[in-house]
Structures are given as C-alpha cells and as structure tokens.
Design a protein around this ligand. Sequence first.
Ligand SMILES: [Zn+2]
Length: 70
Amino acid sequence: MVGIGTPRPPVPEPDCAECEDLASRRESARAAHDRSAETDADVPLRGHRRREHGNDECRAPRKGPGTRER
Ligand SMILES: [Zn+2]
C-alpha cells in the first residue's frame, strides 16, 4: 500500500457531520499551532473517509517519473 506519510491532509465531505466534526478538531489544533495534534486529527478523518465514503485523499491522477505519454 502506498500513501503512508502523505503530506496532504484528508478533505472532509461537505455534507457529512462526522467529517465536519473531525475537520473542526483539526482546525482548532491548527489554530493552536499544534502540529502533532493536527496530524493526529488527520488519522480518524482519513479512516472515516475510507470507511464511510469509500474513497481516500488520493483522488488526483498520479504524475510520477514512471508515467509516460506518447
Ligand atoms: Zn464523513
């Protein structure tokens, strides 16, 4: 599995109360400049997204050195 330690935080779904709750927890951690609490808050949100919404944060197409276009 790829994606462990991704710098991008998970994005909350706009119409989900639990996403909102978890995201607001992250926001308050950010407001307090508490980086570790901010990262901690990403974990349940990421897990919740995967479980409840069936997707993760890596929705964008990957562009890597292995990608070739012709
Ligand atoms: Zn949700």
